[in-house]
Design a protein around this ligand. Structure first.
Ligand code: DQA
Length: 148
């Protein structure tokens, strides 16, 4: 089965507690369950992970390349400044794998420091602003692109 790593950056483990008016009332375990279910329905095998650590998420992107897994990634605040994450994401897409950037909120409609993503330029595509549904749409676009 086609493997997808669903990677989540800093503070996303705090979903449900953190600014629920922006990110919603559901928890990270709720997101894991939903993403695994959606992936299964699409014929994909998703592994959902979260870290607050930049080197960890860079390592997971290297793992995606080495194990030929596609990626759905919410880089959270790393989106806006981590060139290390961007360079690791570039290795995924230049190796022929798909990488979809997702955001729960719509960063373009928020503070100006969120308007720029250093990741978008090396992503296959981006889905933002639909809450948990951003992940469902990303998985669905990935499955469609793969023809699965
Ligand atoms: C986020 C948007 C980022 O600007 C923010 O730093 C996050 C979450 C989102 O999913 O909307 O932590 O990536």
């Amino acid at each position: 089965m086609t493997r997808v790593l669903v990677l989540n950056g800093p503070n996303l483990g705090r979903l449900g507690v953190r600014e629920p008016e922006i990110y919603g009332a559901a928890s990270f375990p709720d997101l894991v369950a939903a993403a695994e279910r959606w992936a299964g329905e699409l014929g994909l095998e998703a592994e959902v992970r979260q870290t607050d650590d930049e080197s960890q998420i860079v390592g997971w992107l290297h793992e995606a390349v080495d194990t030929r897994a596609h990626v759905v990634i919410n880089p959270a605040a790393f989106t806006h400044y981590s060139y290390a994450l961007r360079d690791a994401a570039a290795q995924v897409t230049t190796s022929g794998l798909l990488l979809v950037e997702v955001h729960l909120s719509n960063p373009a409609a928020r503070e100006s420091f969120r308007h720029h993503s250093v990741v978008s330029g090396v992503a296959t595509g981006t889905v933002a602003g639909f809450g948990f549904d951003s992940y469902r749409l990303a998985l669905s676009a990935l499955a469609a692109r793969l023809g699965s």
